[in-house]
Design a protein around this ligand. Structure first.
Ligand code: M6R
Length: 615
């Protein structure tokens, strides 16, 4: 969850570290800190509880001497609250070494006890300080910083990325990773390390992903990657496909507002190069082609918003490819002793590609012999690298904690995959595939139309800013949309919100309806072949009779809804499976506007972080 930056090169570390931390702050934002080796060879540090700006203001009031080597950290607290003392970096006993950490060291209590017995004392409550003290002790044993780190990491259990520097090796930063991300940025006379490429993309677009259980040593002119035991590894370089401006707000009031507006482009980019007239080209599935002809079942694993994309994928895959699909939350998956065979395809969905729950579920699936495919937005992410194949959603960097454009891009990627599988399995005719592809290709233009309704939604959100609870209802593909609408409202506006399958209401939740209760209803098209429209209109009448205030998201021109809704938010005509891509947008805007009306930070909601790299 935390953001990590390392730099070695010219005497401008502070600028590089703070710039990188600003771009990584979405990963965690309850405290921040830096450590620098000055040109005079001193190790200086500063760390503060609160958002990065607190540290920046502190550094402005009382400047820190700059240098050519530094590490920086922005934290999402695990062990110990968000205080100055618990913030990273943490120091070795002699104060010559500084260390930052992302992840959780599960055996920290045992290691701490060992150090206490050895006469060490601790200032903080963190597992990180244990690693810092341990590394300091190993450094004293000789062999240099990288070798000492190697001896420490083999003793650690859990997930971690560690970066460290030592004042006796003034132009060196070392890093190590296990189940937690770390990427190298290659510069000219300078090199970078980051939790993701956003840390250094304004300086270089040349990147190298570090594999599992590897150690990296950077100096201004060299990069060395080894395994934990010092054996050299030759990693592969990749080019970052977006530039620094893509991760800037660019005049928008928030990253979330910008990312909502980028949804037409996000879907178009996910489809671009993959649809050729009536054909789908997914060369990235080459390694899976044989498996795809043989699979008898699909299990989709994901968390949060990505899991709702997965639910939509289930409807599409079962309808088009006629294969049983189940969707499981990643963190429940491996504890349910799932039945997996070589004929099971496990599809993981993750924007970050680093969500620990999903990564662990993918590893479990691999060990059980299942074929694995990931749908991922972040180039070179761990989940993508672990899987047999990856379909990248080319949504561009998603910085706001609340997922928006990644969600619609995930749905588009799942639908592409579903149509591809239908062709491989012969379950859809060529004209039917062509028709679905045409519909999918039309989504970006329809998303543009939906975005035009945002002013009205903004007004609604303002009126409703003192709501205490909001309910969301949907049937079939409208149900995951209802869940997503509720999640957005919870995480951004801190309002109690629940999504229900509309048919489930009468089995209990209808008791929640009281006069004035706002209920968003996702109304299927009146042209829906399953005749769900009439059923949802009946559900609307049932709750309206009990005083609910109805906010209907319905196809434009749907006259049957008008008499019963207090407000109708129109979406363009689309086939049933494609409606969610449009219907979710007003709900995203509503949550963002309501949070804004309450004066909340929509990009960095309380208690959350963008990339959930702990289990
Ligand atoms: O990076 P991932 O897609 O794996 O993240 C999964 C969830 O943590 C994420 O979708 C989360 O629910 C969002 N904050 C929702 O807006």
């Amino acid at each position: 969850m935390c953001g990590i930056v390392g730099y070695v090169g010219r005497p401008k570390s502070l600028e590089v570290l703070l710039g990188g931390l600003r771009r990584l702050e979405y990963r965690g934002y309850d405290s921040a800190g830096v450590a620098i080796i000055t040109e005079e060879g001193e190790l200086v540090t500063r760390k503060r509880a609160g958002k990065l700006q607190v540290l920046v203001d502190d550094l402005a009031a009382e400047p820190l001497t700059d240098g050519s080597t530094g590490i920086g950290h922005t934290r999402w607290a695990t062990h110990g609250g968000p205080t100055d003392v618990n913030a990273h970096p943490h120091l070795s006993r002699d104060g010559k070494l500084a260390l930052i950490h992302n992840g959780i060291i599960e055996n920290f209590a045992e290691l701490r006890a060992e150090l206490l017995a050895d006469g060490y004392t601790f200032e903080s409550e963190t597992d990180t300080e244990v690693a810092a003290k341990l590394l300091g002790r190993e450094y004293e044993a000789g062999g240099g910083l990288a070798a000492a780190l190697g001896r420490v990491v083999v003793r650690l259990e859990g997930a971690f990325t560690l970066l460290a520097l030592h004042r006796d090796e003034p132009l060196v930063v070392v890093g190590a990773r296990r189940n937690s991300p770390l990427v190298i940025g290659l510069g000219d006379g300078e090199n970078f390390l980051g939790s993701d490429v956003a840390a250094f993309v304004e300086h270089t677009q040349r990147a190298v992903a570090i594999g599992q259980d590897q150690i990296v040593t950077i100096t201004p002119d060299s990069v060395l990657v080894t395994d934990f035991f010092g054996t050299r590894v030759i990693p592969s370089e990749f080019q970052v496909s977006w530039d620094a401006s893509a991760a800037e707000k660019g005049g928008w009031s928030s990253f979330m507002a910008k990312e909502i507006s980028e949804q037409p482009e996000a879907v178009a980019n996910t489809l671009r190069t993959r649809i050729h007239h009536d054909r789908i080209e997914l060369p990235e599935l080459a390694g899976l082609e044989e498996a795809l002809t043989d699979i008898d079942r699909i299990v989709i694993i994901a968390c949060g918003t990505a899991s709702y994309a997965g639910m939509l994928g289930k409807y599409a895959l079962e309808k088009w490819a006629r294969i049983p699909v189940e969707v499981q939350l990643s963190h429940e998956f491996r504890y349910s002793e799932p039945v997996l065979t070589p004929r099971t395809l496990v599809v993981s969905i993750s924007q970050s590609g680093e969500t620990m729950d999903t990564l662990m579920a993918v590893k479990y699936a691999i060990e059980a012999g299942a074929a694995t495919l990931s749908i991922c937005n972040t180039q070179g992410a761990t989940i993508a690298r672990e899987s047999d194949a990856v379909i990248y959603t080319h949504a561009g960097p998603e910085v706001a904690v609340a997922s928006t454009k990644a969600f619609v891009a995930q749905i588009a990627a799942l639908y592409l995959f579903g149509l591809h599988l239908a062709r491989v399995r012969g379950t859809l005719s060529a004209p039917a595939i062509a028709e679905a592809l045409e519909e999918l290709s039309g989504i970006p233009a329809k998303l543009e139309q939906v975005l035009l309704t945002s002013t009205r939604i903004q007004e609604l959100a303002k009126w409703m800013s003192d709501s205490r609870a909001v309910l969301f209802l949907g049937r079939h593909v409208g149900y995951p949309v209802a869940l997503e609408g509720a999640l957005k409202l919870k995480e951004l506006a801190y309002i109690h919100a629940e999504g229900f399958a509309a048919g489930e209401l009468k089995h209990g939740p209808i008791a929640l309806i009281e006069p004035g209760q706002p209920v968003f209803v996702i109304v299927p098209s009146p042209r829906d072949p399953n005749s769900l429209h009439a059923k949802v209109v009946s559900n609307i009448q049932e709750i309206r009779a009990r005083g609910a205030r109805i906010l209907a998201v319905a196809e434009q021109g749907d006259a049957a809804v008008l008499p019963f809704a207090d407000e109708v938010i129109p979406i363009p005509l689309a086939g049933a499976l494609f409606e969610p891509l449009l219907a979710v947008v007003p709900l995203q805007i509503f949550a963002m506007e309501l949070a804004t009306a309450k004066g909340l930070d929509v990009d960095q909601p309380r208690n959350l972080a963008k990339s959930v790299t702990v289990e």
